[in-house]
Write a protein that binds this ligand. Structure first.
Ligand code: GLC
Length: 392
C-alpha cells in the first residue's frame, strides 16, 4: 500500500510510528509513504498529474479539504459509502467537505484553523480588534522591540486565500452570498483588502517579504523573534516551543484572530482528509488503513505529536488533550465550530486561483483593492456560470 502525505514538522515521525503499528497488526501488508510538496497548490498539481494519468498509486491520498469535491466530480477518488463509514463524531463542517453529490468520498484526518500567535514577553494580552492589533504592531516596530509587527502567508497560493478569508470575515464580508453569487467585491471586502495592503505599504507593520511567504517562512520569522504577531495554523504551536529551534519558546500565546465592530472574529477552516485513489487495486486494504489512521487513538496521538487539532469532537471532551492544543480545549472546540469553511465545489481550485492573482496584485501595489476585487468577482462569477454549478 502507498499513502501520500505531508511531512511538515513532526508529521512524518508520527505517521511512520503509526504505520509500523498498522503493519504489525496487518502482516504481511506493508505501507510506503510517498512524499509530497509542502505548498498546498504544488501538491494539488502533483495529484492532478497522478490522478489524471489514472496511476494506481498512491492508494491513499491526503487531501486538502478544498479538493475533495473536485476529485470526486472528476471520478478520481472512490465513493466510500460502500464501506459504511461512521461519520457522526466528526465536526459537521469537516464532513460537509468530504461529501459530493450526496456521497462520502473521504474521512477527516485533522482540522486546521487560522490563529493569532502573540508574544507574551512583549504584551500582557492579545488584541481583540484589528485596530488594537495595528496599534500594538506599530508601537512594537517603532519602539524597536521587534523587526516586524505582523507576519502572515502572503505568497500567491491557497494560503493567501485563507488569510484573506479571515480579514474578510473580520470586516463582515463573504466570498459568496446565501444564493451562491460571488460577492467578493463588496465594500466589506474592499475594506478588508485595503487594511491588509496598508499594513504593508503605509503602516509598515507587515514586511513586504510576506508576499513571497507560505506557512513555514512565516513560522521561521516568528520563531526567530522577528515579529510581534503571526497568523498560522495549530501545527506551529508545538514547534515554537522547542528551545533548540525557537527563540520565543515559553513566550508565545495563541488567540483567535481579531475582528472589527462590523464583523466577527473567525478562523478559516482548513485541514486534511484521507481518500482512496479510484484506480487503486487495493481499495479494501486502503480503507482499512484510513479507518485506522482516523480512529480516535491515532488521532489523539497525532495531535500530541504534531499539534494538529483532531477532527473528532469527542476528543475535545474526554479530557485527554488538555495541554495539547495551544489553547484550552473548550475554546478550541468553539473556534473549530465557528470557523469559516471555503466553498465546497468542484471548481474551487480554479476560483481560488483567480482570487489569488487579484489579491496578490492588490497587495503588491499593481492594482487598487477595489479594482482587483472587481476583476476577481467578474471572473469568478463567469467561471461559476459557465460551469453550470452553484456554490454553496
Ligand atoms: C493548510 C490547511 C489547508 C489550506 C492550506 C493553505 O494546509 O490545512 O486547508 O488550504 O494550509 O496553505
Amino acid at each position: 500500500l502507498t499513502i501520500s502525505s505531508s511531512a511538515v514538522g513532526q508529521e512524518a515521525d508520527v505517521l511512520r510510528a503509526q504505520l509500523s503499528r498498522f503493519e504489525a497488526a496487518h502482516s504481511p501488508l506493508r505501507v510506503e509513504i510517498r512524499a509530497t510538496p509542502d505548498a498546498a497548490d504544488e501538491r494539488h498539481q502533483l495529484y492532478v498529474q497522478w490522478l489524471n494519468a489514472h496511476a494506481p498509486d498512491p492508494d491513499v491520498l491526503q487531501l486538502d479539504v478544498v479538493w475533495t469535491a473536485e476529485f470526486a466530480a472528476a471520478g478520481w477518488i472512490l465513493n466510500l459509502d460502500r464501506f459504511s463509514p461512521a461519520t457522526d463524531d466528526f465536526f459537521p463542517a469537516a464532513i460537509t467537505a468530504t461529501r459530493w453529490n450526496g456521497a462520502t468520498y473521504a474521512l477527516p484526518w485533522y482540522v486546521d484553523v487560522g490563529m493569532l500567535y502573540w508574544r507574551r514577553d512583549l504584551l500582557s494580552a492579545p488584541p481583540r480588534t484589528l485596530d488594537e492589533l495595528d496599534r500594538m504592531a506599530s508601537s512594537a516596530v517603532q519602539g524597536g522591540k521587534t523587526r516586524f509587527g505582523f507576519v502572515w502567508q502572503g505568497a500567491r497560493y491557497e494560503g493567501l486565500v485563507t488569510v484573506f478569508l479571515e480579514f474578510l470575515t473580520a470586516y463582515g464580508g463573504h466570498i459568496f452570498d446565501a444564493d451562491g453569487r460571488v460577492v467578493v467585491d463588496s465594500e466589506e471586502a474592499v475594506r478588508a483588502l485595503t487594511f491588509m495592503r496598508n499594513e504593508i505599504v503605509q503602516r509598515h507593520t507587515v514586511p513586504p517579504a510576506v508576499l513571497a511567504w507560505q506557512e513555514e517562512q512565516v513560522r521561521f520569522a516568528f520563531q526567530n523573534g522577528d515579529a510581534l504577531f503571526m497568523r498560522n495554523w495549530p501545527y506551529a504551536s508545538r514547534l515554537l516551543e522547542r528551545p533548540a529551534d525557537s527563540r520565543v519558546a515559553g513566550h508565545v500565546g495563541v488567540a483567535p484572530m481579531p475582528s472589527t465592530p462590523d464583523g466577527t472574529s473567525a478562523a478559516a477552516l482548513g485541514g486534511a482528509q484521507l481518500a482512496i485513489n479510484a484506480h487503486s487495486d487495493r481499495a479494501e486494504d486502503a480503507y482499512t488503513l484510513i479507518a485506522f489512521l482516523t480512529a480516535p487513538e491515532q488521532m489523539r496521538e497525532r495531535t500530541r505529536g504534531t499539534g494538529q487539532w483532531p477532527a473528532r469532537r469527542a476528543l475535545y471532551e474526554d479530557g485527554t488533550l488538555q495541554d495539547a492544543l495551544g489553547v484550552d480545549v473548550a475554546s478550541a472546540k468553539d473556534i473549530v465550530e465557528h470557523a469559516v469553511p471555503r466553498p465546497v465545489t468542484p471548481i474551487y481550485a480554479e476560483a481560488s486561483e483567480i482570487l489569488q492573482v487579484d489579491l496578490h496584485r492588490a497587495l503588491t501595489g499593481q492594482a487598487e483593492p477595489r479594482a482587483a476585487l472587481h476583476d476577481a468577482s467578474v471572473a469568478m462569477q463567469k467561471l461559476l456560470d459557465e460551469s453550470g454549478l452553484r456554490s454553496r
